[in-house]
Design a binder for this molecule. Structure first.
Ligand code: AGP
Length: 613
């Protein structure tokens, strides 16, 4: 949710921190702040609003310090305001802290500290952290080199909830201490410098070598060292990981918005997802997975668990796994799954899909599944993210960094990867004709070109967006696999254009929702399944009769005169048709949002990575 950055090195920290915050702004953007270690103690500058406001504050250019921490906020506790902005300090202004996450027991800690004489100036949960550090620091009579670390550790052990924190102190002008629990934080390292960030793309332009932290590993940083400690303050060894993403993939590269760039990156992203997993002569390859025929045959069900767009990708996974492997699949929303006492045992495989790999509900659902004895498999886009480290096995979409809050290329690469996984399972199970699977593989290999073809609808969609951007309600219809795309398209439109929209299985319309159809309303339908096309056309006919304006996305032969606009997309296998049919609808959401003059990449109330419950 919030974004944190840090720098410790030889250059002025402030410009580096501000640049990092701008790149992380998609994680939260209602206030921002910075604290550096200056000759006369800790600086502290913060303000409500975007990072731009912070950059314009008087005196910010005078900050000279080469160590600093910074934060861009997505408010949870306390409204967006200067007082509630991070960094927060203890009463004696000895420690500055930035925090991403939620401290669930902050009320108890705040009461304890208030009773001990501490004052609070914000409504945040975070303000307890610097004061608690100060509490432990001042009680510690041993003045050794671990005193600062001990205070941070003792404070963290009192915290319940999720946190990634960075701490600096005026008493330790060479150091920064960082730790995380269930919230993301990475450390980029290069000669004489350390860069910290909530995620990798924000600091990719400085380094490719990263330390990835596990929960409750405490790190003491200087500009040329990183010492890692476990919870007992025993030193632990940690290797860096080299991240292959290139820095320009985290820049806009001439596009107006990240979302448009990411929509246009889909041919490359899909090529990367295919990678070397599919070749026509051989079976699908997942070297990282150990599944045997006996194990897959023993499964009584598979759960696919995720949130939002990732859950929609899961729905196409259900379609493919059930049809190709004949294993029952249930798709669950992670926030529901974790509290509904799902039936899980050793014969259950649980698959978790998460672009960021940091979504709190998905991680909690994963932990629950492990506790109940299931094998867990994560599908993520972010190497080393929490979910990939928590799961028994993990496979990557390799779509490259996705910055826009609205997910586009991550969705299509998730749909593809779970379909390849289904083929892989089917090949192990030997219960599907090789010829049939080969045809599907062929269709997958042809996808990048077909995506390029599909993107040619850009101008037609842009024109159509001009006609409907002032609508109050839009409906999306589809059957079977097309219904999963209807859901995704509806979510996309809501989140970036703020137009109310709903999606329905086309056949369900007459059981209630058709009451909402009135003259002039926009109904968008997806028709890619040859077996269902006639049925869906009949349902569209029902809304046309009631005066609806219709847009149809199809790869079928239809009587086009029936509809107001038809977008033809290339023909492909039904399993993977969402990868093409969603593209015009991603573009539609994008252009409507532009037409309304909204901030496409940072829609209101949302954040890219939902690391709180
Ligand atoms: C996508 O457009 C959304 N912003 C959102 O639904 C997202 O897919 C969801 O929060 C899950 O995120 P994850 O894939 O990082 O877990």
């Amino acid at each position: 949710m919030c974004g944190i950055v840090g720098y410790i090195g030889t250059k002025k920290a402030c410009p580096i921190l501000l640049a990092g915050l701008s790149r992380l702004e998609y994680r939260g953007y209602d206030s921002a702040g910075i604290s550096t270690i200056e000759k006369n103690g800790l600086s502290l500058m913060k303000d409500k609003g975007r990072v731009k406001n912070l950059s314009n504050l008087d005196g910010i250019d005078n900050l000279e310090g080469t160590i600093g921490i910074a934060h861009t906020r997505w408010a949870t506790h306390g409204k967006p305001s200067k007082e509630n902005s991070h960094p927060h300090q203890d009463n004696s202004q000895t420690f500055s802290v930035v925090h991403n996450g939620i401290i669930e027991n902050y009320n108890e800690i705040r009461k304890f500290l208030t009773d001990s004489g501490y004052n609070f100036y914000s409504q945040t949960d975070t303000e307890v952290i610097p004061n608690l550090i100060h509490f432990y620091f001042s009680k510690d009579t041993v003045n050794d080199e671990l005193k600062f670390l001990r205070a941070v550790k003792n404070a963290c052990l009192d915290l319940k909830g999720s946190f990634a924190i960075e701490v600096i102190s005026k008493l330790y002008p060479e150091n920064m201490i960082v730790v995380r629990q269930d919230s993301p934080l990475v450390i980029g390292t290069c000669e004489n410098e350390k860069y910290l960030s909530s995620d990798i793309p924000a600091i990719l332009s400085y380094t490719r070598d990263f330390y990835l932290l596990n929960d409750l590993e405490f790190v003491v940083l200087t500009k040329n060292s990183a010492k890692f400690y476990d919870i007992n303050l025993k030193l632990i060894k940690k290797e860096t990981q080299n991240i292959e993403w290139n820095a320009s993939s985290a820049e806009k590269d001439g596009y107006d918005d990240f979302m448009l760039k990411e929509i246009y990156e889909q041919p490359i992203a899909i090529r990367e997802t295919i990678g070397s997993k599919i070749s026509m002569d051989n079976k699908c390859e997942f070297d990282e997975l150990p599944f045997t025929k006996e194990y897959l045959k023993s499964l009584n069900r598979i759960y696919i668990v995720a949130c939002g767009t990732a859950m929609h990708a899961g729905l196409s996974g259900k379609n493919a796994i059930e049809k190709l492997c004949k294993i029952p699949v249930e798709v669950d929303i992670a926030s529901e799954f974790r509290y509904r006492n799902p039936i899980i045992d050793k014969k259950t495989l649980c698959i978790f899909i998460s672009q960021s790999g940091e979504t709190a509900d998905t991680i909690a659902a994963l932990k629950l599944s492990k506790e109940k004895g299931a094998k867990t498999l994560a599908i993520s886009n972010v190497i080393g993210s929490s979910i990939t480290r928590e799961a028994d096995y993990c496979i990557y979409t390799h779509a490259g960094p996705e910055i826009a809050v609205a997910s586009t290329k991550a969705y299509t690469s998730q749909v593809l990867l779970i379909n390849i996984l289904a083929i892989y399972f089917a090949e192990i199970l030997e219960n599907c004709e090789t010829k049939y699977l080969n045809k599907l593989k062929n269709d997958i290999l042809a996808l990048p070109k077909k995506i390029e073809e599909t993107l040619k609808c850009n101008d037609t969609i842009k024109d159509f967006s001009k006609k409907i951007y002032q609508e109050k309600d839009v409906f999306f219809l589809g059957r079977g696999i097309d219904e999963t795309v209807a859901r995704e398209a509806s979510l996309k439109l809501k989140e970036i254009s703020y137009i109310h929209s709903d999606s329905y299985p086309a056949g369900e319309l007459k059981h209630g929702p058709i009451a909402l159809i009135e003259n002039g309303i926009t109904v968008i339908s997806i028709l890619t399944d040859n077996n269902l096309v006639k049925k869906t056309v009949s349902n569209i006919q029902e809304v046309i009769t009631r005066g609806a304006k219709t847009l149809v996305i199809t790869n079928q032969e239809l009587d086009k005169n029936m509809f107001d606009i038809v977008i033809d997309i290339p023909e492909t296998n039904c399993f993977i048709s969402p990868i093409l049919s969603v593209i015009p609808l991603q573009l539609l959401a994008y252009y409507i949002s532009k037409e309304k003059g909204l901030d496409v990449d940072k829609p209101r109330n949302l954040a890219k990575s939902v690391t709180v419950e």
